[in-house]
Design a protein around this ligand. Structure first.
Ligand code: FMN
Length: 169
């Protein structure tokens, strides 16, 4: 399967899953599904191993990174937590750190082969558009990991009156 869903809600019956299923017309079968809350990635501890060596000293995400490298399309689906990502998704994002060292210390251009088209599927309790905050945080990551943001589908106001917002990049 060449495509990947990175799922960041702690719940399976959730606003985020509902929105994801709506977008994919209830067919997630073409995607590898990485559930951040089930996987609970070990947080990066900034040890510097990846500066001197290949990859990470922690092996829990080896399978994930195999799938990520193969993916042509990546969907990040998650609720906004405190203007940012739920903690296990933040841990996953931090674990891409080895690519920064590959790019900026080992001078690998690109640090990872291929381009992945990204769709963001985001839900938020408040009516405020979370996209500026979220895209600012993801943009450095996307630069090093060969991701190109294509589309964002955001459901705001899940605490009150849900409103759907779609943006193409
Ligand atoms: C710990 C926590 C932090 C949250 N922080 C925010 C926030 O900063 N902004 C916001 O709009 N909603 C926030 N919410 C609300 C969720 O984003 C919202 O309920 C979301 O739709 C839940 O998605 P889910 O049903 O897929 O888990 C927070 C919820 C929790 C549990």
């Amino acid at each position: 399967m060449p495509n990947l869903i990175i799922y960041g809600s702690p719940n399976k019956h959730s606003f985020t899953m509902e929105l994801l299923e709506k977008i994919l017309l209830n067919d997630l079968s073409d995607y590898n599904f990485f559930d951040c809350f089930e996987a609970k990635p070990v947080p990066c501890d900034g040890c510097g191993y990846c500066k001197e060596n290949e990859g990470c000293k922690f092996t829990d995400l080896n399978g994930f990174f195999e799938d990520f490298k193969k993916a042509k399309e990546v969907i990040f689906a998650f609720p906004v937590y405190n203007g940012s990502f739920p903690a296990p998704l933040k841990s996953l994002i931090d674990r891409f750190q080895f690519l920064y060292y590959d790019r900026f210390f080992k001078n690998r251009r690109p640090p990872i082969e291929g381009i992945r088209e990204v769709t963001l599927v985001i839900t938020a309790g408040s009516k405020n558009d979370p996209l500026p905050l979220i895209t600012a945080q993801l943009s450095p990551l996307f630069t090093v990991c060969g991701c190109k943001l294509k589309r964002a589908i955001v459901l705001t106001g899940t605490d009150t009156v849900p409103t759907l917002l779609t943006k193409d990049f």
